[in-house]
Design a protein around this ligand. Structure first.
Ligand code: MSP
Length: 475
């Protein structure tokens, strides 16, 4: 129980990271940072990475005039660099073309096969390479198009290996009954339960015609279906990290719950491997009310936001846009206003003012008054919010703490009080410093790049440090 393992989905490399992928990754990163602070660094493992055995890769590589391997290396590097640039503190970055993954996939599929859940049959149906998914007619639009990709899925008729997903219908229903909190939010669980109740069919898990991918263990001519291999990445990454698998927690987008909450647990049940601790499915961004997409030209690059506003603003700006778990909208204006009013005008201004005043009236010395600390409630609420994965709420608690300090400053007019009653003003400065200390503790998680600057401003036990600009003005 004293360890935690967090994962993000692994990303397809045929696109570049946008704020949707940054959102999921920064949310998971923020959870990992919170738990590292609570449990110690070594007790938390945070995995992200790239999903590479996809047919989309082959097409994208061709377009880029590269071999698939060259293309994959450069794109995986791009994703990794972007995550590093926006200060994602992953402990491991997995690529599904790595040898360690290949071995684990064979090991898991071997167990599923040994359990009698894999058989060979003929697949006749439709496949959308955009989704990397087999489609039922009921999944398509009236014109027979994939509703997400607006393309006619490819007709396929080939020999495939199948996984007996139908064997797991009752077991999955029983599992959800016994573990009602395994998949949250509740509305996602309800969707999954009704899907299972409609009846589960066996699924095709190999492609004879795919050129890229991990071959089936005993049949080189068949490549394993990309999702079947991709899900196993979470297990691959902790093969040499005893204790973590039992504490795995998947953070995913609501678009991929069927894979994570039906197929994946069924695969693990079949292989006799313990299931992860839970899954959380977050909502989707629209940009100014519209779905984000290349064709609409409204894809936002997280690196652009980070270059202008900094990584910490990117993180809390995205995470406070809407409740984690709901859908929400992102608008550049709201983001800009959040930066200016809450971060620069709220947090930055407060820290600077308090430090300047303590220099002015107390020569930079901290008043050594041992009063009681009234802020415990803020910390407790902050912790409860994180325990419930309510990331926006945690940021709101932090901002309320900042507001409470600004109110104290303004209501007491401590800059006037210090001239008439220095002793009384010392009590106020003590209270203000306590609030700033707590705000900096929360910032270690929420604003990790600002945190050391705050610490420097707060100085040592005797004196405060120098004034400083935490959030510089932007154009
Ligand atoms: N490769 C699969 C996942 C395999 S996990 C074993 C995949 N990749 S993806 O790159 O297409 O999308 C990954 C995730 O990116 C989505 O689940 C979602 O978390 C996130 N998002 C992509 N677009 C998004 C938004 N517009 N808004 C929020 N998150 C979005 O699916």
């Amino acid at each position: 129980m004293n360890q935690k393992y967090f994962t993000t989905p692994i990303y397809y490399v045929n696109g570049i990271p946008h704020i949707g992928s940054a959102y999921c990754t920064l949310a998971t990163d923020t959870l990992a940072r919170f738990w590292r602070k609570q449990l110690g660094k070594d007790n938390v493992h945070f995995l992200t990475g790239t999903d590479e055995n996809s047919q989309k890769t082959v097409e994208a590589a061709e377009k880029a005039g590269k071999t698939p391997a060259e293309y994959l290396d450069s794109m995986a590097e791009n994703w990794k660099n972007t995550f590093q640039k926006i200060n994602v503190s992953f402990d491991d970055f997995i690529r599904t073309t790595e040898e360690r993954h290949f071995q684990t996939v064979h090991n898991v599929i071997g167990k599923i096969e040994a359990n009698g859940d894999i058989y060979k049959g003929k697949y006749t149906g439709k496949y959308c390479s955009g989704c990397e998914a087999f489609k039922k007619d009921s999944d398509l639009t009236e014109d027979g198009l994939c509703s997400d990709h607006k393309k006619i899925p490819e007709k396929i008729e080939e020999e495939n290996y199948f996984f007996r997903l139908s064997n797991y219908q009752d077991k999955l229903l029983k599992f959800y009954e016994d573990n009602p909190e395994w998949l949250t939010p509740e509305k996602r669980k309800n969707e999954i339960l009704s899907f299972i109740k409609e009846g589960l069919e066996d699924i095709s898990i190999s492609r004879e015609t795919a050129s890229l991918g991990i071959p089936m263990p005993n049949d080189q001519d068949h490549k394993i279906y990309v999702w079947f291999d991709a899900l196993i990445n979470y297990y691959t990454a902790v093969q040499d990290k005893p204790g973590f698998w039992n504490e795995a927690y998947h953070i995913i987008g609501k678009d991929i719950t069927r894979f994570h909450c039906i197929i994946w647990p069924a695969m693990l049940m079949s292989a006799g491997i313990e299931l992860p601790k839970g899954v959380f499915a977050h909502g989707f961004f629209t940009v100014n009310g519209q779905k984000m997409g290349k064709s609409l030209g409204n894809v936002i690059d997280p690196l652009d936001l980070s270059a202008k506003y900094g990584n910490d603003a990117l993180r809390v700006g995205l995470l406070s846009s809407f409740e984690f778990g709901n859908d929400g909208d992102f608008s550049q204006e709201n983001f800009d206003a959040f930066y200016k009013t809450k971060l620069a005008g709220g947090v930055g201004n407060l820290f600077n003012r308090v430090i300047v005043l303590i220099h002015k009236f107390l020569d930079g010395k901290k008043p050594q008054i041992s009063g009681k600390n009234e802020n415990e409630e803020f910390w407790n609420e902050f912790v409860s919010a994180f325990e419930a994965k309510k990331l926006k709420e945690a940021i709101d608690v932090f901002l309320r703490l900042i507001d409470s300090a600004n109110e104290l400053l303004n209501e007491t007019e401590v800059w006037k009080l210090a001239k008439t009653d220095l002793e009384k003003s010392k009590e106020i400065f003590t209270e203000l410093l306590q609030k700033l200390e707590l705000a900096s503790e929360m910032s270690e998680i929420l604003l990790p790049e600002t945190y050391p600057k705050m610490k420097a401003m707060l100085g040592n036990t005797e004196k405060v440090g120098e004034k400083g600009i935490l959030f510089p003005p932007v154009e």
